[in-house]
Design a protein around this ligand. Structure first.
Ligand SMILES: [Ca+2]
Length: 323
């Protein structure tokens, strides 16, 4: 059993909620807790509470984490966080009192070599835990980070689908540097790999027709997304007829207990600001934190490929047949 904590910016995109639902429906996982990061972490914690309560797992503790990035960057909220989740009311379940960072530190210290943390947003909480406890890194079993870009994805029309910047790490570059340089047993699941796991239409339709509570929640959350995603793409200048429903965060959780889903390479990955040509902005930017492999002794496992068919089927099956 993988003893798992999910650290998440749940609410902004749909996939964090799907990742929590996947963990809740994975018998391989002992679900130890959820911590929230980035921006309105109290709202995010309430969203996590609602989802856990909805599927009958109110015993999983939820802690609101650090709101602001460690550097000077301000956290951004899109304004549609929680859409669909609260359709039938707010949860009775409340977040635990106390800080997410103290929870992470306590769990890892009291259970050396036992705890896996999946980060699905800015890594602010984990960076703070590393700073707070010098034994955190060695006591942590496994840190799995959804973040970064190793090989930018260019589609058949020549449009860069995964620019060289990636949302999670760029939302707190200071924390990203601390975590990536920490020496923790790390697996990086970069967005160029997670962009290979869109949900198939047949899977979406099967979930919409399913009756499990998890499938009902997935359908509720998903409802506004095809149009919302299109508008987001347009707002950053990427014209597209169809955007996928991406399972970035669920894949990251599944890797915790089924590492054979990905092909990984041992690489040294550094984070740095490097001058970056961003065609859509028609300028070179110097404020984008990049994840760049170096010819140095490897410091982490990096996902370089994924068995997309097996993973998307696993996800759909777990949601449809689950609680
Ligand atoms: Ca996320």
């Amino acid at each position: 059993m993988e003893r798992l904590i999910i650290d998440t910016d749940i609410g902004t995109y749909y996939d964090d909620a799907f990742a929590v639902l996947l963990a809740a429906n994975s018998p391989e996982v002992r679900f130890e807790g959820v911590t929230t990061c980035y921006g309105d972490t109290a709202l995010r914690a309430e969203i996590a509470c609602k989802i856990l309560e909805f599927v009958g797992m109110p015993e999983v503790p939820v802690y609101a984490g650090i709101r602001d990035p460690l550097g000077e960057a301000e956290a951004l909220m899109f304004g549609f966080e929680g859409q669909g989740v609260f359709d039938d009311g707010r949860p009775e379940k409340q977040p635990e009192p106390g800080s997410a960072v103290d929870f992470l530190v306590r769990m890892v210290r009291e259970n050396p070599g036992e705890i896996t943390i999946c980060t699905l947003g800015a890594v602010t909480n984990v960076a703070a835990a590393i700073r707070q406890d010098p034994t955190f890194v060695t006591n942590l079993k496994h840190l799995i980070i959804m973040g970064g870009v190793i090989v930018p994805v260019v589609d058949e029309k020549g449009i860069t689908r995964s620019p060289v910047e990636e949302y999670n790490l760029n939302n707190d570059p200071v924390a990203a540097k601390i975590v990536m340089n920490s020496g923790a047993n790390t697996t990086l699941v970069p967005i160029d790999v997670t962009l290979r796991v869109p949900m198939a239409k047949r899977h979406i339709e099967a979930m919409e027709a399913a009756t499990s509570r998890s499938a009902q929640m997935v359908s509720r959350i998903l409802a506004p997304w095809p149009e919302q995603e299109r508008l987001i793409y347009l707002s950053v200048g990427i014209p597209t007829e169809f955007t996928g429903i991406w399972l970035h965060d669920p894949l990251t959780v599944a890797v915790a207990y089924d590492p054979g889903l990905i092909t990984s390479a041992r690489l040294h990955v550094a984070t740095e600001y490097a001058p970056t040509l961003v065609p859509r902005d028609l300028l070179v930017r110097h404020d984008i934190l990049r994840t760049i492999p170096k010819k140095k002794a490897p410091n982490m496992n990096v996902a370089v490929d994924v068995d997309a068919e097996r993973f998307t089927q696993l996800f759909a099956d777990r949601i449809i047949d689950g609680r």
